[in-house]
Design a binder for this molecule. Structure first.
Ligand SMILES: [Zn+2]
Length: 508
């Protein structure tokens, strides 16, 4: 069931269409993001939300939809939703209610999902994202709404050669989701990714969701179409919803592909938004293409009606204020703090903040302790992040405490350790969980006295007359060769001091 052809491809309109270039088209993107809230129990019953347990072991009469079972709202899910809404600059509803969204799915035994139709808990808001375009300006993406709903279960299809069984696991049924819906303000696949990255970071910082995409705790649908200039007009292509994108890469690639596909389809048959209903398409990671799933239902198809088992929720102003007072600094605030008060470049501040609150706290302790935020950033932004990455550890598991790291950097700042030796000391601290002093001792690092340094430099000059001549004839860089040799003879020799002494001796 592909799009029907209305206009013959050889018509005059079609040659006009063929004159338009893809680069003239504007991509219009809106996102619907489902985030699993970090609650211990489900939205309307006490069943656990723990991931990875035996199939159907976390179910009860409520979440499996047995007749007569009554749902009870999870207060924690409401609080987390309000916290998320406030962090996204949303208005919080004083009264919010529950609606049944009716549809059949094998993993939805009730035959309906409890959701929020016309009174979502979070109203309009916005999220500013940093973009890498030439202007360097932040882009404001408006949020239309965010509402609470319960998740469905999971169908497990037999992937073996026999392909006979499909099974249902209802452990996820009734898990609280916050669906965050943006306005169609996003203009590129990269912006969509930037929006999702920032959203994920914020929800992590405020402990609303771990946003673990492998476990399906953050899923995204993207609504995509094109605005294309055609003569004096601007036409819009039919809107396509790409469903269930579960990685940032899938979001980026599927949007890029879909925009190109819509453009080619429009050049071919000329269908606009007025000619065709909204479509749902799925993203295929193997073929890197979208394929038609169905013509999209609109809300009337779901026959929403208020859930008669649940009363409306009243939210007091005092409750909102209390949650707001507990909110800590958001990623954007911390980037600003690092840039303005710790003098980091904005790219460096972004790297630290994107690692999560633990790394920011670590950085702040070390930068304050050694009183040199640039050096703290160089070492944490490069060495520590590399080591965490290689060992697959979090900063909380990192064996070097902020105090020990501060002590190490103080030795570097004082010149007791040069960069290379400093890194050797750090590696020893990590490998053996020891202090910098212990690592210095273990590596046999001790200061080289002046006489020793003089005889080292004399020896280098005697044995490397060819290099000395190069330096004397104006090749200043050649001195690096001598410094490298000095390190081999005595690793404790400070390269800065060696260089200064050599220069003096050679030019004398
Ligand atoms: Zn249950």
């Amino acid at each position: 069931m592909e799009d029907t052809v209305l206009n013959p491809t050889s018509s005059p309109q079609s040659s006009n269409r063929r004159a338009v270039r893809f680069d003239d088209a504007q991509i219009i993107i809106g996102l619907e993001v489902h985030v699993q809230l970090d609650t211990d129990s489900k939205l309307f019953c006490g069943c656990s939300t723990r991931f990875g347990e035996a199939a159907n072991s976390q179910t009860c009469v409520v979440c499996t939809g047995m007749p007569g079972a009554l749902p009870v709202i999870n207060q924690r899910a409401l609080e987390l939703s309000i916290r998320a809404g406030l962090s996204l600059n949303c208005q919080i509803a004083r009264s919010t209610k529950w609606d049944r969204k009716n549809y059949f799915y094998p993993d939805l035994p009730k035959g309906y999902q409890i959701s929020q139709f016309d009174q979502p808990i979070c109203g309009p808001g916005h999220l500013d994202i940093e973009t890498s375009d030439a202007t360097g300006q932040a882009r404001r993406i408006r949020i239309e709404r965010a509402h609470l709903e319960e998740d469905a279960g999971k169908s497990i299809h037999d992937e073996s050669s026999r392909r006979q069984d499909s099974k249902i696991d209802l452990n996820r049924t009734g898990t609280p989701l916050l669906e965050i819906v943006t306005q169609p303000d996003i203009r590129t696949a990269a912006e969509a990714k930037a929006f999702l990255s920032e959203l994920k970071l914020i929800l992590n910082y405020i402990d609303v969701s771990d946003c673990n995409m492998q476990q399906g705790n953050l899923r995204c649908d993207a609504n995509v179409n094109l605005h294309i200039p055609l003569g004096d007009e601007q036409i819009a292509t039919p809107i396509v919803e790409i469903k269930n994108l579960n990685s940032f890469r899938a979001v980026e690639r599927s949007i890029t592909h879909e925009a190109q596909r819509q453009f080619e389809a429009w050049q071919e048959h000329g269908l606009t938004i007025a000619d065709a209903p909204k479509q749902t398409r799925g993203w295929n990671d193997h073929t890197q293409t979208t394929t038609l799933q169905r013509e999209k239902e609109d809300s009337a198809d779901y026959r929403y009606f208020p859930d008669p088992d649940l009363i409306a929720v009243k939210i007091e102003e005092s409750q909102i204020q209390e949650i707001e007072s507990q909110l800590e600094q958001l990623p954007a605030d911390l980037r600003k703090l690092l840039a303005e008060q710790y003098n980091l470049k904005s790219a460096d501040a972004s790297v630290i903040v994107s690692q999560g609150r633990g790394v920011v706290d670590y950085f702040l302790k070390v930068a304050d302790g050694c009183e040199d935020s640039k050096i703290a950033n160089n070492w944490i932004g490069q060495e520590v992040l590399r080591q965490l990455n290689e060992s697959n550890q979090t900063i909380e598991q990192y064996p070097v405490s902020p105090q020990q790291f501060t002590d190490l950097l103080k030795l570097v700042i004082a010149g007791t350790l040069d960069q290379t030796r400093g890194k050797e000391v750090l590696n020893a601290m990590v490998a053996d969980c020891i202090s910098p002093e212990e690592a210095v001792q273990q590596l046999g690092i001790k200061p080289v006295d002046n006489n020793e340094l003089v005889s080292l430099c004399e020896k280098l000059i005697d044995e490397n007359q060819d290099v000395v001549e190069q330096i004397q004839s104006g090749n200043g860089k050649a001195i690096g060769m001598l410094i490298g040799k000095a390190r081999k003879i005595n690793p404790n020799a400070n390269p800065g001091l060696v260089k200064a002494m050599l220069s003096k001796m050679i030019s004398a």
